[in-house]
Design a protein around this ligand. Sequence first.
Ligand code: GAL
Length: 392
Amino acid sequence: MTTHHETTRLAATPPLGWNSWNAFSCEVTESDIRAAADALVDTGLREAGYEYIVVDDCWMAAETDSEGRLQPSAEFPNGMAALADYVHDRGLKFGLYTSAGTETCQGYPASLGREQLHAEQFAEWGVDYLKYDNCGDHRGRDAIDRYTAMGEALESVDRKIVYSICEWGQNRPWEWGRNVGGHCWRATDDLVAKWRADPDEFGLGVADVLDRMAAIDAAAHGPGGWNDPDMLQIGTGPNSGQSEHEPVDVQRPLTKAERRTHLAFWCLLAAPLMIGADLTSLSTFDRELLTNERLLAIDQDPLGIQGTPDQRGDDAEVWSKRLADGGAAVAFHNRGDAGREISTHVSAVDMAAGADRYRVCDCWTGTEWETGGSLAMTVEPRDTAIVRVTPK
Ligand code: GAL
């Protein structure tokens, strides 16, 4: 379909920003959102490229108005247009959440059957990004039908709104998300701040999501439409910050090695990077990780390729993706219990090999060296080394 989304190249690279859900869950308030917008600027995250401030579930009042319009809850006393202005005044973009059912996941009024009315409200308020969840009664309508209805409503309004489909990967949204006007579509269940989740507990860990992403079709993934492996759990979970608003179902925070792996792979996958942490209590480690410009350049590479595994199956994994400059990003991931060397060759990764010499840059340290083609990195357990390889 031809849309104004495509002609203006909305989400030409994966959207970067912050989302309220992991830090504030259903307790979110207007002042939390203002503080997040201020913190995005103060921490240097805006400067690094993060631009969306998205209010997730629970911003709406329990009742719509008599026409079926969504109304902000008492926790948002100045209303959504004023909050959007506050965010815009800081050079940022503003996002909201609703669901493609009768209710949101937390039981608030949602948008099924009222897509046009709500899209018009969002446009009036100055919304730039809509996360559209999959909770509530679907009234017998299938996912493509429900997500098409909101896609068409968003296209009809006089505002460019990034359309973030959150259907949890249940109906293979990577096959239809782009066609219904989506700019990204969640490919998995919710990610929580764990390495692995038990099958009987809520959510998926980082390693669980990576296993799924390795198998997900990336044919539609690229400029304007992205497979979404969910928010970044860097700085979320108990003890990761001083927030008193930790959601009840988030367990221990990831270790530093796991956090490096998390960011390295989300960038290699060219995933939307939506920070889940409370930005007002971000640790120095997490801030430096999230603002690593070498990693962000891999995420934001204009080709928009989703990295894929070249070597998996034992504890040493190599994944790679081509970059616009003719080089590649190569990730070396250790799933074992002991540190080890992991090696590959430029001819075995996703790039047009054929040069005599290559420049290699370690994306964590910035250290550079040259190679004729061999690549080898020492990697600690659950950690990931990631390099950028460029033909000379
Ligand atoms: C889930 C969604 C989460 C969050 C939550 C809010 O369905 O996957 O990302 O939005 O609902 O209730």
